[in-house]
Write a protein that binds this ligand. Sequence first.
Ligand code: HEC
Ligand code: HEC
Ligand code: HEC
Ligand code: HEC
Ligand code: HEC
Ligand code: HEC
Ligand code: HEC
Ligand code: HEC
Ligand code: HEC
Length: 432
Amino acid sequence: MNLKLNFSARKLICFCLFTILILAGNTDRTFAQQTSSCISCHLEEVDDDHTELVESFMGGVHQKRGISCVDCHGGDASAEDMDDAMDPDAGYNGAPERKDIPEFCARCHADPGYMRGFNPNLSTDQYSKYLISGHGRLLKKSGDKKVAVCTSCHGVHGILASNDPLSPTFTLNVPYTCANCHSDSVYMAGRDIPVTQLQEYESSVHGQALLQKGDRAAPSCAGCHGSHEARRPEPSGVANTCAQCHNYVRELFVSSPHKAAHEKHGYPECEVCHGNHAIVKPTDDLLYSSSAGICADCHENDSDGMRAAKEMRSSIDFLKAHIDSARNVIELVRFYGMDTDDPEYQIRQAKNKLVQSRALIHTFSPEKVAAVTQEGSLLAQEANAFGQDLLKQYGFRRKGFIFSVIVILALSFLLTIKIRSLNNNGDSIQID
Ligand code: HEC
Ligand code: HEC
Ligand code: HEC
Ligand code: HEC
Ligand code: HEC
Ligand code: HEC
Ligand code: HEC
Ligand code: HEC
Ligand code: HEC
């Protein structure tokens, strides 16, 4: 009884799916799918796993583009009988082994001629990139079965386009897709790499921006490692990774004396000071403070390096103090209801200089930093002076106001006395 119900429920699903198919697009290719014996038998007649498999296929990008079971697996989709349909003589090649999946997908995806017929904008370099990835190299070198293959990141039958928010390769989902393996200590056991990347990334300035604020300018794992070419960056290549987005800082760094020092010692350029997965928002204390500061890791207390750190910090503090004091004055001006557009604009410009000077610390040149902080300080001082002027004018106007109030009061007092004395004399006042 139960079985029967199940069976008719499946028929219903089958019917609905076909109707959707017909409505979705009546191309020859989708018509081929409708009449596919592969679909009807796997949907209804095998087991729940196969039903699920076909259902997920129906929602996927391949089905939408008219790719059917036989395009991937071969066989004869018009034969009702299983052995005929899945006959190697009819081209049936079965389900690929895990190690063969990259080539299985590459058959189409690395064929520009074929892919252009569907979507000329879709790149066809995934396979060639995969071969140079940490995953691809281990798969080819030692047949490591646990590395990611195409289906580990994309799924198998229900593959979605990467711009679909439900896809495991949608930017916001990528960290969790990678972490399926990379945070699983059992899966990764016996290997010489940590399983903390996701945890650290979630707490980082990048992770917070992407996962909390949905800011897709911030990198997911793939933003730094690449997706298909994902591998551990060489120390000398880390900065290029960061430079994809922080190009200005990188240029400053390259022009600095640290560039040669890093090359000589093999330090990864940005990582030495900022880390990789757990990058936090840097503070002025990272530059220099009496108790902390990153420069002290390598530079002795009275070395040129530490002197540079101290000087750059004090230039930045100098500018911050000027901005703060200008801001206080302007607050007061605004409180009295006066127009503050001009000085506020100057303060904004001074703040830009502050941002610029914090980037300029990557020149490791106190002079270059001071040049910019001085420009900023001048702007803040001008805003300050402007504000002081407005306050003085306000004071002057207020004094004038009090003076005129006193004069008016005095006059009206005299007038009252005058009126009384007129009344006492019995005169009347004519009002017309
Ligand atoms: C009449 C039913 C029927 C038809 C028609 C049919 N299959 Fe199957 N297919 C099965 C069953 C049952 C299995 C599971 C066999 C097993 O586990 O040995 C299977 C297994 C498979 C597998 C997995 C093989 C593996 O190695 O695990 C693939 C791939 C497959 N079918 C593809 C196709 C394709 C492609 C078509 C159409 C050309 C097709 N099938 C037509 C019933 C069918
Ligand atoms: C885009 C290519 C592609 C298409 C289209 C495709 N498959 Fe597959 N199929 C695969 C790959 C790759 C595997 C191996 C997956 C694995 O080992 O995890 C697979 C595995 C299978 C398996 C065996 C694995 C299992 O879960 O039991 C079956 C059965 C199967 N496919 C049936 C089908 C049917 C039926 C269709 C059409 C509805 C279909 N496939 C369409 C790529 C495809
Ligand atoms: C380690 C995870 C991972 C593996 C392995 C992987 N992909 Fe991708 N793939 C992604 C991500 C993430 C995207 C989203 C766009 C991007 O970041 O490049 C993507 C995008 C794509 C796209 C969309 C086009 C594009 O370039 O944007 C295609 C097609 C694709 N992958 C095919 C493949 C094929 C074929 C393989 C196997 C040779 C494969 N992928 C292996 C993660 C992976
Ligand atoms: C028979 C050829 C064929 C095979 C084999 C194949 N694909 Fe595709 N794939 C396509 C076509 C065609 C499209 C649709 C391209 C389009 O129109 O944008 C596509 C689309 C995709 C997309 C969506 C790209 C996007 O727009 O973001 C991904 C991801 C993808 N395939 C991954 C895979 C993976 C992984 C495999 C192996 C399991 C695979 N494909 C096997 C032909 C194929
Ligand atoms: C199916 C599981 C799996 C998935 C999913 C996966 N990886 Fe991997 N990855 C591995 C394994 C296993 C290794 C090999 C580790 C080793 O032995 O060095 C590896 C290696 C790497 C390496 C090289 C590490 C080294 O020491 O050279 C990087 C980088 C990497 N993966 C990044 C990623 C990124 C980024 C993603 C997501 C886009 C991802 N992986 C998805 C399993 C996976
Ligand atoms: C801001 C850039 C950046 C992001 C984002 C990032 N990584 Fe990394 N990752 C690196 C750098 C740089 C290294 C090189 C570490 C070294 O060798 O010193 C690295 C190393 C690795 C390694 C090698 C083992 C290790 O931890 O040293 C793996 C695996 C890895 N990353 C996976 C991931 C995964 C998974 C994510 C997402 C959760 C991720 N990475 C996000 C920059 C990044
Ligand atoms: C895909 C682009 C991208 C890559 C690659 C990238 N970043 Fe970022 N980074 C960003 C964005 C966007 C932000 C701003 C996040 C926010 O909203 O706070 C940011 C913020 C930062 C910050 C904090 C800046 C601040 O003022 O708060 C530091 C430090 C940083 N990144 C360093 C690095 C380093 C080091 C690397 C390489 C290991 C790197 N980034 C790789 C895009 C990127
Ligand atoms: C020698 C240590 C050191 C190295 C190497 C280094 N930084 Fe920094 N970085 C700092 C310090 C210290 C600060 C904080 C400055 C401040 O806020 O006063 C900082 C601040 C930043 C900021 C935030 C300031 C801004 O411009 O918005 C970014 C982004 C940044 N670094 C990226 C990078 C990148 C990318 C690299 C590699 C090209 C790199 N850093 C190399 C020490 C370093
Ligand atoms: C990972 C180690 C390391 C860190 C951290 C580091 N430096 Fe350096 N720095 C060096 C090395 C090595 C040299 C080259 C020294 C040499 O060739 O004698 C150098 C050179 C310099 C120089 C050129 C003058 C000189 O001593 O040759 C300045 C200035 C400098 N560093 C400033 C800084 C500042 C400021 C910080 C912190 C923001 C910092 N450094 C952080 C390793 C480091």
